[in-house]
Write a protein that binds this ligand. Structure first.
Ligand code: NAD
Length: 436
């Protein structure tokens, strides 16, 4: 099938390349010339495992190309829209400027029978409004939310755990769902659940999934706060409650909390939208979820201060990690980077390292000292804080080896990802989050 993908960021670039890899003919369109230039050469403009491979395969096969010219969307049967929906400046709502601009730019190139498939995360009610704008072209709008996880985006796009299509009632909607089934033929063929809903449900599925995940993380972080005043160990607590399969152990890792380009802005936009709908109280708990999450960053900073006997001023602190999570170079709303910046603000000499995110971090926070090599970054540190649980720190850094590089023996495990006993045994003073 001929497809266009409008917006080639973390979601769109992966979607375009993944659709080409399952046999479609795809044009990726973005307003960012640098991104398009890099994608056209088969180079991923961001770190995502497996993306460079499917990009270059797609380009070499002739099934995948990238352009800044929206006119090239003409002729595609399905147009995916995956542009950004960031938090508005000075508020909590989602900024729909990019979605509106992308749809406006696409309208002249739509033909009777085309499908416009919205993938961006939008406030409930958006699709219904956009459908009215698309209707005069004879195209049909569907809402097809995306659930990919950065770091596993290629796999999640090619082989998702479920597919959701929000369609209008009647034959046009049924036909649109049929066409989307064909687009996703390999996963549909192997029995991946394909749920057809109305627009509002599809939009809500995405934001409620993110609200649930954020709640789960903040729940365990709230337990960490209680553990901290009682001497309990939140990791043991999480293990113990996680054995109950109604609860499950996933997403119960206490630490410095969630960040990234999705969860924080999505729960805020959900609160803002619920308030507009007169149902603010229904998701009022999301404010609390957000606050618990932000408090954990304070806690991590406090632990460093405590570890260094009350002051970090003119102390060498090595921060391991900058990305909001491992296997990604995404630093949008990264708790890791936030902690580093706060320590810098308290007068510490902060050295930060990360296997993938240094370039992005340096662009936003040039005041910090960036070092590519992990061991070089550790050299001479008075204290070390792990803030992104990359394998390079979690599994591959032995406490004995680290001790040969640093000045002090103080480690703060902002992700509860280190073997506390092993670090203590090697002579380190270990601080975890919600652990004695
Ligand atoms: P991103 O910022 O990486 O990418 C957005 C892209 O859209 C940019 O490359 C930008 O240049 C482009 N763009 C903006 N206006 C445009 C226009 N008028 N025409 C063409 N291109 C335009 O953002 P992202 O992380 O890819 O997220 C995109 C959407 O997908 C958001 O709504 C996000 O919430 C949602 N989402 C993201 C993820 C994720 O893991 N990143 C997962 C699920 C859903």
């Amino acid at each position: 099938m001929h497809l266009s993908v409008i917006g080639c960021g973390y979601l769109g670039a992966v979607h375009a390349a993944a659709m080409a890899s399952i046999g479609h003919d795809v044009v990726g369109i973005d307003v960012d010339e640098r991104k398009i230039a890099s994608l056209s050469k088969g180079e991923a403009p961001f770190f995502e495992p497996g993306l460079p491979e499917i990009l270059s395969e797609g380009i070499a096969s002739g099934r995948l190309r990238f352009t800044t010219d929206m006119a090239e969307a003409a002729g595609a049967q399905v147009h995916f829209v995956g542009v950004g929906t960031p938090q508005v400046k000075g508020g909590y709502a989602a900024d729909l400027t990019y979605v509106d601009a992308a749809i406006d730019a696409l309208l002249p190139y739509l033909a009777e029978g085309d499908i416009v498939a919205g993938k961006s995360t939008v406030p409930v009610g958006t699709a219904a409004t956009l459908a009215e704008r698309v209707a005069p072209t004879g195209a049909t709008l569907v809402w097809n939310p995306e659930f990919l996880r950065e770091g596993w985006a290629v796999q999640d796009t090619i082989d998702p755990d479920r597919l959701v299509a929000g369609v209008p009632a009647g034959p046009a909607g049924e036909r649109a769902a049929e066409i989307l089934r064909k687009v996703y033929h390999p996963s549909v063929g192997k029995g991946t659940p394909f749920l057809v809903t109305d627009y509002a449900t599809a939009e809500l599925v995405k934001v409620s999934a993110n609200a649930f995940l954020a709640t789960k993380i903040s729940f365990i972080n709230a337990m960490a706060e209680i553990a901290e005043v009682t001497g309990a160990d939140v990791t043991q607590l999480a293990d113990a409650i996680g054995y109950d399969d109604r609860i499950g152990r996933k997403f119960l890792g206490a630490g410095i909390g969630f960040g990234g380009g999705c969860l924080p802005k999505d729960i805020r936009a959900f609160s803002a939208r619920a308030e507009e709908l007169g149902r603010g109280e229904s998701v009022a708990f999301l404010r609390e979820i957000d606050e618990i999450n932000m408090r954990r960053r304070d806690r991590a900073v406090d632990l460093v201060v405590e570890g260094l006997s009350g002051s970090v001023f003119k102390k060498n602190i090595t921060v391991l990690g900058a990305a909001f999570k491992p296997h990604s170079d995404d630093i949008r709303d990264s708790p890791a980077l936030d902690v580093a910046v706060r320590l810098h603000g308290l007068g510490a000499w902060v050295t930060i390292t990360d296997p993938a995110a240094i370039e992005n971090a340096r662009r936003i926070h040039p005041q910090l000292n960036y070092v590519d090599d992990r061991d070089e970054a550790l050299r001479g540190a008075d204290a070390v804080i792990v803030v992104t649980e990359w394998d390079e720190y979690r599994r591959q850094l032995s406490p004995e080896h680290a001790a040969t590089l640093t000045q002090g023996r103080i480690v703060i495990d902002g992700r509860n990802c280190l073997d506390a006993a092993a670090w203590r045994e090697a002579g380190w003073t270990y601080y975890g989050m919600g652990r004695p």
